[in-house]
Design a protein around this ligand. Structure first.
Ligand code: GUN
Ligand code: ZN
Length: 434
């Protein structure tokens, strides 16, 4: 594959701006370049210097657009694409009214194929190059997602969602079939191309202790895999877990007691945590995933991002579609900012961009491979037009620095702000002619 240089304003990170000073964490160049070879980023730096050193490389000049690592969505549900933005319910009613009937359709492979392809294409139009998805209880839904991602050469994480109680008959497996089907899917897909399998109990209310234990056993046989689930999203859910698991010390303990707490664990939402749960998550090195548009849309609550960062808990950022109300990680960053404001912290644009790229990659234990505009990472790249609509343009035109120029796009941008996307070194949308 020939070498390619992208020119523009470039933004990367050298450390975590939630814990270090953001000024010390950013690597920004207003006339930067990214050298791509064989699907990977080989070098970043001054655009002029890269051109001089690699005179035969093809060049795409994005002018003053911002070149960043592609966005990494660390928690979403591709089977919920069709029912995103469904009105008027909170978590448990929302699951029963909208989610479960839609998920029941995914035993039909053709339907699953269509939604998986549509979801990945939608994500790309929003500049998201990695999705971490729950599938449904149907193995066909897992095949559909990984096949669609392989066609697009996207790095994805996904797993069969397991439920053996508190769900409709046609969406229930058993402890044994959850183990068997998950194992078969894991063996079929984990590490194939850019696919990563995640063992996926939906959440404690929809799994019996036997099912949680079976999945814990599977994880102990494949500890290199991720495990994804939900944790402490809404108060009635936390109370329900207490009723269902009277022996448990807290919600996290329902996972811990069944072998489902580990470094490679991803715990979505994590809003109502006790001090013990925070300490355990931090000690183990597990990640919590912040889903801000979902938390406001289904009325969950205000995630304590700064408190968890200070406690050294790894944090990823995610849309949680269809509980989340947008595919856009820009909109997701805006919602994280708004929730931060309601908790008394104004997150800096550098912190928001880090969460949407490197932070999510670290949560997925894929740091250095994705979510990074730096040598050695996959060339999964998003190019942002910082003046994509009239209102953004007029605000950005008076910007005093890159952050003042970028923040209007974070707050008001959508797919129109995504000028171009690269996946594993291949351009997936045509650049807008200059
Ligand atoms: N908790 C259990 N399942 C789900 C789901 O599909 N979406 C959200 N937001 N929370 C959940
Ligand atoms: Zn979710």
């Amino acid at each position: 594959m020939e070498q390619h240089i992208l020119l523009g304003q470039t933004l990367g990170f050298c450390s975590n701006p939630l814990v270090a000073d953001w000024q010390d964490s950013v690597v920004f160049d207003s006339a930067g370049g990214v050298l791509i070879d064989d699907g990977k980023i080989v070098a970043t730096g001054s655009g002029a210097a890269l051109r001089a050193a690699h005179p035969r490389a093809r060049v795409t000049d994005y002018g003053d657009a911002l070149i960043t690592a592609g966005f990494v969505d660390a928690h979403m549900h591709y089977p919920q694409t069709g029912m995103i933005a469904s009105w008027g319910k909170q978590l448990i009613d929302w699951l029963n009214t909208y989610t479960f009937p839609e998920e029941a359709r995914f035993g039909d492979k053709a339907y699953a194929d269509a939604v998986a392809g549509r979801t990945l294409d939608l994500a790309l139009t929003y500049g998201t190059t990695t999705l971490t998805s729950f599938c449904t209880i149907h193995p066909a839904s897992v095949d559909a997602f990984f096949e669609a991602a392989a066609l697009r050469n996207m790095a994805v994480v996904a797993g069969k969602t397991c439920m053996d109680r508190n769900a409709p008959d046609n969406l229930r497996d058993t402890a044994q079939t959850a183990y068997d089907d998950s194992k078969a899917m894991l063996e079929k897909w984990h590490g194939v191309g850019r696919a990563q399998y995640a063992i996926t109990p939906r959440f404690s209310p929809t799994s019996t202790p036997e099912q949680l234990a079976a999945l814990g056993a599977l994880w102990s046989e494949h500890p290199q895999c991720l495990m994804q689930t939900h944790l402490s999203e809404q108060k009635p859910e936390v109370a329900w877990v207490k009723d269902l698991f009277p022996q448990a010390r807290d919600y996290l303990d329902t996972y811990e007691a069944h072998g489902l707490l580990g470094e490679n664990g991803l715990y979505g939402h994590a809003i109502y945590l006790t001090p013990r749960e925070i300490d355990r998550l931090s000690e183990i090195g597990a990640a919590v995933i912040h889903c801000p548009t979902s938390n406001t849309f289904i009325g969950s609550g205000l995630f304590d991002l700064m408190g968890l960062a200070k406690a050294s808990v790894s944090i990823g950022l995610a849309t949680d579609t269809g509980g989340g109300s947008s595919f856009s990680m820009l909109r997701t960053m805006a919602a994280a900012y708004e929730i931060g404001q309601l908790r008394g912290t104004a997150l800096h644009p550098a912190q928001l961009m880090w969460l949407a790229t490197e932070g999510s990659a670290q949560a997925l234990k894929m740091s250095g491979q994705i979510g990074r505009l730096g040598a050695g990472a996959a060339a999964d790249i998003t190019v942002l037009d910082l003046g994509s609509t009239p209102v953004i343009r007029q605000r950005a035109s008076r910007a005093t620095d890159i952050w003042d120029a970028l923040f209007p796009t974070i707050m008001m941008g959508d797919d129109r702000a995504v000028k171009d996307v690269w996946v594993a070194g291949r351009q997936v949308s045509r650049p807008t002619p200059a």
